[in-house]
Design a protein around this ligand. Structure first.
Ligand SMILES: Nc1ncnc2c1ncn2[C@@H]1O[C@H](COP(=O)(O)OP(=O)(O)O)[C@@H](O)[C@H]1O
Ligand SMILES: O=C(CO)[C@@H](O)[C@H](O)COP(=O)(O)O
Length: 474
């Protein structure tokens, strides 16, 4: 079973590619290329052609492209790639954290009602969902020349294979996918012709084969369907079905977005909208809550305070709600950051700690809702901590203190790319990708013991959130 597969994470800030030994899971090479995100106020856009170049650069950077036998891509969710008849973007992609579509999301929720959205699509759409972004493009007269609508990883996979293909994990973040396929009622509601969407493919099948020597890949190697980045990370952690299946163990990802999720057999349908009812990539479900302000917001506070990001100090009563980009959880798309409770003796290190607390609080508050939505918990299994922020001691300590849970930090750094690699390997071996990741032991890493939960800090944040509602645009 020897051979090499490549897994790609095309995320908000960069593309990362790993070349992985199919038999052992050893990472043989790594490539990376940065993305540019433009926009101020609520706007967040990227040119999809830049992702395509970054994909080729990152794949070439692994040093193993010519020996790869299969490849798959995990991509940032929700983004709207609108292409003309020649496959050229008619507009930069509207990203998951672009909040200009908040008004369209609210109008769509009013039209069908929260219960109906949750029942049909598993989720109540917010500004992140593709359906709200399409409505925003429509309302701004920008849909006229659109001949194809793609999600970020669909766009990239299609450029590799020349064939359009959609899959359930990322489709479930559009707002126009239901358990049994595209929801024609929702498509009619927003005036989107189903012919503009790629056909849905069955999990475990190939999207196609490479049609050129992209980034040094051999033409003709199979390309797996790919997945939304959170679903890919779940595969990369070995969460989900197959032999030795793992269901209900929570994971928390600290990156541009903060996410908390579990793979469950129960289909989530939360009418409050806090938990998105995503599909996992190969069957199962992925109840998930997501924040817009995570590592970038905390890093911004560190910069404002002139401190290293790890230079936190305990104590004090300051509360920071770091909603620099507006916020999705809680649903405050028009909010700005809020600092409360400053005293003469508040130190910069305490203020920085308060920013970490404010960013982690909403995710941890949503954790129980996530598990309840999927009707599954894996006993007292540790909380898996991943994403760039998981490398930071201050993040690890904050999550332990505000959750009161044991936390496991996988030694493997790039779980999305590893999950994509496991999917590519599964295409070759016939295994479930989560089973491949378990065989590779990708989640292995130190388990940090639980510490007493800091109920006082959580109560302070909850009180400021409630009292600050008018300032936060609630
Ligand atoms: N040691 C660290 N401590 C805290 N944050 C870190 C550390 N290393 C990286 N990061 C943060 O991780 C983020 C990138 O995480 P990543 O999961 O790669 O993001 P994304 O996939 O959303 O592009 C950066 O915003 C950076 O601030
Ligand atoms: O919107 C969501 C999930 O619903 C985000 O998690 C995006 O998928 C972006 O991911 P990163 O770039 O932060 O990894």
């Amino acid at each position: 079973m020897a051979g090499i597969v490549i897994g790609v994470d095309s995320s908000t800030q960069s593309t990362k590619a790993l070349a992985v030994d199919t038999a052992t899971g050893e990472v043989l090479g790594e490539g990376r290329a940065a993305h540019t995100v433009t926009g101020s106020g609520g706007a967040r856009e990227s040119d999809p052609r830049q992702w395509w170049q970054a994909l080729q650069d990152a794949v070439a950077g692994t040093g193993c492209a010519g020996r790869a036998e299969a490849l798959a891509i995990g991509g940032q969710q929700h983004g709207l790639v609108a292409l003309d008849a020649d496959g050229v973007p008619v507009h930069p992609a509207l990203l998951w954290n672009d909040t200009r579509s908040a008004g369209q999301a609210a109008a769509l929720v009013d039209e069908l009602g929260r219960e109906d959205w949750a029942r049909r699509t598993g989720s109540v759409p917010n500004a992140s969902f593709t359906v709200a972004k399409w409505a925003w493009l429509r309302d701004h007269g920008l849909t006229g020349r659109v001949a194809a609508v793609r999600l970020p990883h669909e766009y990239l996979t299609e450029r590799l294979t020349g064939r359009p293909a959609a899959e359930r994990s990322d489709a479930s973040g559009t707002g126009w996918w239901g358990e049994h396929g595209w929801d024609r009622g929702v498509l009619d509601l927003v005036g989107l012709d189903e012919a503009l969407l790629p056909p849905l493919a069955e999990p475990g099948t190939a999207a196609g084969e490479t049609t050129g020597p992209f980034g040094g890949l051999r033409p003709g190697i199979p390309v797996a369907l790919g997945a939304g980045d959170n679903a890919a990370a779940a595969l990369g952690l070995g969460l989900g079905g197959g032999t030795g299946a793992v269901h209900g163990q929570p994971a928390l990802s600290l990156g541009t977005s903060g996410t908390v999720y579990a793979v469950t057999r129960g289909r989530p349908a939360d009418p409050t909208g806090t938990v998105a009812g995503f599909a996992a990539a190969h069957g199962d479900w992925l109840p998930l809550a997501c924040t817009l302000n995570c590592t970038l917001a905390v890093d911004r506070f560190a910069t404002l305070l002139g401190r290293d990001r790890q230079a936190v100090e305990p104590g004090g009563e300051a509360v920071v709600l770091p909603f620099l980009d507006g916020e999705r959880t809680p649903a405050l798309p028009h909010a700005a950051g809020l600092v409360h409770g400053l005293r003469h003796d508040t130190t910069p290190g305490q203020l920085l700690q308060a920013a970490y607390d404010g960013a982690a609080y909403a995710l941890l508050a949503a954790l129980d809702l996530v598990l309840a939505a999927g009707s599954e918990t894996a006993g007292d299994a540790p909380l898996l901590l991943i994403g760039g922020g998981a490398r930071g001691r201050a993040w690890q300590d904050t999550v332990r203190r505000l959750s009161g849970r044991a936390v496991q930090v996988p030694a493997a750094g790039e779980l999305v790319a590893l999950g994509a690699a496991a999917q590519a390997a599964g295409l070759l071996t016939g295994e479930h990708p989560a089973e491949v990741a378990r065989r590779w032991d990708t989640a292995a890493g130190p388990v940090l013991d639980p510490v007493e939960k800091d109920e006082a800090a959580a109560a302070r944040i909850a009180a400021v959130l409630a009292a600050g509602a008018p300032l936060l645009g609630a």
